[in-house]
Each structure stands twice: as structure tokens, then as C-alpha cells.
Design a protein around this ligand. Structure first.
Ligand SMILES: Cc1cc2nc3c(=O)[nH]c(=O)nc-3n(C[C@H](O)[C@H](O)[C@H](O)COP(=O)(O)O)c2cc1C
Length: 326
């Protein structure tokens, strides 16, 4: 069983933080469908951005099952410590530090995985944040700045010594961005070297891959990002294989329809109909990606400017599909 500080997770499957994707409605859905742990979208450590609409929405964890994990990004140890404290005051139960994001700059400062180049700064940030809050602090990294400098193992040791409670490691370097396949040897080395829980991350796209990567890395947990987009059922599918060794069927049509509808209603309510409609478009695209007639429907949905009409078109699509199947 994985514990992060005082929080024992119900299973070893985590939803990766994804800015613009893992908002409250999506996190809730993934929890319901089997993710044992979810992390919110990254929040800037810049205090001037705390009250923006974007930050307030990202920081919203209303009604979310515990533990509420908030990810912060930044490069200044004092700001990061302050951001951690602020978010704990706002209800965060776990603080996650983003050193995995490939973006060059977050808030005009070096941040995310760019920090991996400067191990002393990494240590200063980790110590400052751990020292600032009573809540457990976790860290998300890549395997290093580039394939010639895979310093993930050293960073992991520094993290453990600094009091980090768990690590998530994406098996790519910063220079790799999202290219090529994730590399799991470095993650395996990290898992052997530290005694805090490690989540392996990168390209986990099916129960079979999940088993392979667990086996390859010896990781305590698995963190799934893009494969959960439009497919939140992936968590229960992986969980079934982990628990019983047997796969389960993909969701029935009615299940897909019901979950997609619930997801869209959640987005419309969370962001308001106008913004909700827009955020929903990309999720709909992912859900419909491989469905017959999905492409034509996506094109029509992109032009719809009304949340009710968006739901109506989805209903029509599934009803027509049902009639054809009957
Ligand atoms: C759209 C998108 C947004 C992301 N945003 C974040 C983020 O806010 N914080 C973070 O640590 N990683 C972020 N990531 C990286 C993911 O957490 C994850 O490490 C990466 O996608 C690899 O896992 P996957 O192959 O399962 O998707 C993001 C990735 C994507 C695709």
C-alpha cells in the first residue's frame, strides 16, 4: 500500500497532473472510475496570480475526496515556500512540486523540468517547501535535463534527504519533450535507490503496458496522464488486471454516453456555460476519437456555441448509434 505522509491511498494508480485537463470535474470522474490518487493542475507560485480566475478555478477542490493534492511551480525557494503555505491554508493536504513540465518558462522564470539542471537550486526549493508546511510534500520530475545528463537518480536522493514524501518520475528528459518512447531504466534505478514511494510515469496506455512498466521499474505506483484523456475507465481496467490478473471489458456504449454526459455537465457547471462549452470541446474530441462517425460529429460540435445544444448533439449521436446496433 502506498502512503503519502498520513494518507494511505486506496490503490497504486494516480492521475498525472495536466494543466488544462485535470480540473475538478475530470479529477472527480477519474477517482470514481478507479484512480486512487489525483493531483490538480499546476498553480504558479507567483503571489500576484493567486486571485486570477484561472488560479481560483485550478485551486478549487470542492467536494473532492481526500487527499487534496495541489501542485505548485516556480524557481524561487522563498516564493515556493510561501505558495505551499498559502495552499495548505486554503485546504491543500499534499503539496506537489512541479519539476517535470517541459515548458521553458513558467511565469517568466525558469521552472518545471528546467530546474533539474541546477541541483543546488532543486535542493534549496525542496528544503524550503518541506520546511514551510506540516503537510507532506511530493516531487514530480523528469529523468534529467537531456539524455547526456540523466541526473534523476541524484535528484531523487536529494529529494529523499530533503524530506520529500513521494516521487513521480516521467521517463523522459526535458530535452526529449514528448518525443520518442519513455525510458524506464532510470526510473528502475531510482526505485532501487530510495525508500519513499515512487510513481512511474510516461506512456502508460493500457493494462498490459501498466503491468510491463511495473515489472520493469519495480515502482510502487503508476501515474497515467494522456491515456486517461477521453478514457477515464483506464484506471478501473488497470486496477482489475492488478487485482485479479484478468482484464475487464471496455465500457458499454450506455456507460460511455452516461460518463461523457456527466463530464460535460460537470464542466458546464464548473466553468459556466460559455467557458465550459469550450473546455468540453477538447474532452469530447478525445472521447469520440475512435468512434464511428466521431470525426463528423466533432466537426459539428466545434461550431456549436450553446452548452445545451452540445449535450443534445451528443445524445443524438449515441441514440443513433444505439438504433444502428439494434
Ligand atoms: C496537456 C498536458 C499538461 C500537462 N501539465 C502538467 C502539469 O501541470 N504539471 C506536471 O507536472 N506535468 C504536466 N504534464 C506532464 C504529465 O503530468 C505527464 O508527466 C506526461 O504527460 C507523461 O505522462 P503520460 O505519457 O501518461 O501522458 C502535462 C502533460 C500534458 C499532456
Amino acid at each position: 500500500m502506498i502512503s503519502i505522509g498520513p494518507y494511505s491511498l486506496p490503490n497504486r494508480l494516480a492521475l498525472a497532473p495536466m494543466a488544462g485537463v485535470t480540473d475538478l470535474p475530470f479529477r472527480r470522474l477519474c477517482r470514481e472510475l478507479g484512480a486512487g490518487y489525483v493531483v490538480g493542475e499546476m498553480l504558479s507560485s507567483d503571489p500576484r496570480l493567486r486571485q486570477t480566475r484561472k488560479s481560483l478555478l485550478r485551486a478549487n477542490h470542492e467536494g473532492e475526496p481526500e487527499p487534496r493534492a495541489v501542485q505548485i511551480a516556480g524557481a524561487d525557494p522563498a516564493w515556493m515556500a510561501d505558495a505551499a503555505q498559502y495552499n495548505v491554508d486554503q485546504g491543500a493536504q499534499i503539496i506537489d512540486i512541479n519539476m517535470g513540465c517541459p515548458a521553458k518558462k513558467v511565469c517568466n522564470k525558469l521552472a518545471g523540468s528546467a530546474l533539474l539542471e541546477d541541483e543546488r537550486l532543486v535542493e534549496a526549493i525542496l528544503r524550503a517547501v518541506v520546511g514551510a508546511v506540516d503537510a507532506p510534500v511530493t516531487l514530480k520530475i523528469r529523468t534529467g535535463p537531456d539524455p547526456q545528463r540523466r541526473n534523476g537518480l541524484r535528484i531523487a536522493r536529494v529529494a529523499e534527504q530533503a524530506g520529500i514524501s513521494a516521487l513521480a518520475v516521467h521517463g523522459r528528459t526535458r530535452a526529449d519533450r514528448f518525443n520518442g518512447n519513455a525510458e524506464f531504466r532510470t526510473i528502475a534505478r531510482i526505485c532501487r535507490a530510495v525508500s519513499i514511494p515512487v510513481f512511474a510515469n510516461g506512456d502508460i496506455s493500457s493494462p498490459a503496458e501498466a503491468l510491463r512498466i511495473l515489472d520493469l521499474t519495480g515502482a510502487d505506483g503508476l501515474m497515467v496522464g494522456r491515456a486517461a484523456q477521453g478514457n477515464p475507465w483506464i484506471f478501473r481496467e488497470i486496477q482489475a488486471v492488478l487485482e485479479t490478473g484478468q482484464g475487464i471489458d471496455p465500457p458499454a456504449e450506455a456507460d460511455v454516453h452516461a460518463v461523457l454526459t456527466r463530464h460535460l455537465r460537470g464542466l458546464h457547471a464548473f466553468y459556466g456555460p460559455r467557458q465550459g462549452l469550450r473546455v468540453a470541446r477538447k474532452h469530447i474530441g478525445w472521447y469520440l476519437k475512435d468512434r464511428p462517425g466521431g470525426k463528423a460529429l466533432r466537426a459539428r460540435l466545434m461550431r456549436v456555441e450553446d452548452a445545451t445544444q452540445q449535450l443534445q448533439l451528443i445524445d443524438n449521436h449515441f441514440q443513433t448509434a444505439r438504433r444502428h446496433a439494434a
